[in-house]
Design a protein around this ligand. Sequence first.
Ligand code: XMP
Length: 319
Amino acid sequence: DWSMAAFRDAKIAEIRAQVGDGKVICGLSGGVDSSVVAVLLHEAIGDQLTCVFVDTGLLRMNEAQQVVELFRGHYNIPLIHRDASELFMGKLAGVTDPEQKRKIIGGLFIDVFQEEAGKIGDAQFLAQGTLYPDVIESVSFSGGPSVTIKSHHNVGGLPEKMNLKLVEPLRELFKDEVRNLGRELGLPDAFVDRHPFPGPGLAIRIPGAVSTEAADILRKADAIYLEEIRNAGLYDSIWQAFAVLLPVKTVGVMGDARTYDHVLALRAVTSVDGMTADSYPFDHGFLSRVATRIINEVRGINRVVYDVTSKPPGTIEWE
Ligand code: XMP
């Protein structure tokens, strides 16, 4: 796409002009936006960029490993990988309120990010994957041009605290344009076309109190569900698909033994922008296959249900 190529070149020139020989920090989440920012910055200023990846322990199966492999391994971008899963799980223990969970995760994320970024020393810039819709939203909510983003990946408040200037090369772009730019920069299609994933991660897909055990069970079930969706060729027709591990236990039977295990809900929706959504109309055979695999392969789940709620009145996530 010539226009994206031109956009990329213009942004690279702009970034070089803004940054000079300064050092830049970029928070990587594993999501598309921050990944595109990182690769673009790396093309523009090479090793003046250091990425910080905070592993909250709330990511999906193998996600942390994939981020490290792609950015450190493939792109050779200097990357600080902090495994903070114990810290996050510790602070979340016993917390059941969805907004409280979000606050804890957002606050911890900023603390850990700041700690790691501080180790880089003498950085003057913070790169963020702020998109055009974020810009409009923050302006209309705050009445000013300052950017305070909901998602914890965009470390609101931190730039002032650490005396960093912002580099936001995606400010003019919508999500689909970011994806095109990602492709232009050579990010793999499978990566660029991934479903959105919420900042608080699996914590809001485990209604009630979160634990490492619950997250491990959910990760296995979610991976099977997504594998089946990909194998059926349905991934790109769906806006977002994921599993939710319910705090409800039900009775079941396996072989000649009675089981008493958790219920797993499957969610898949079509949507244009996440504001409204419809449940994806899988056929029954597909859902039965997924249910059978999950119950056979994942210890701790003995019943699978499918969520057919639209948004509104439901939300996409369960919390
Ligand atoms: P809901 O559940 O509100 O979700 O219908 C709409 C979209 O937003 C995502 N989502 C979040 N993203 N932090 C995020 O970064 C959050 O706290 C959060 N809550 C929901 C959700 O995955 C869906 O794409």
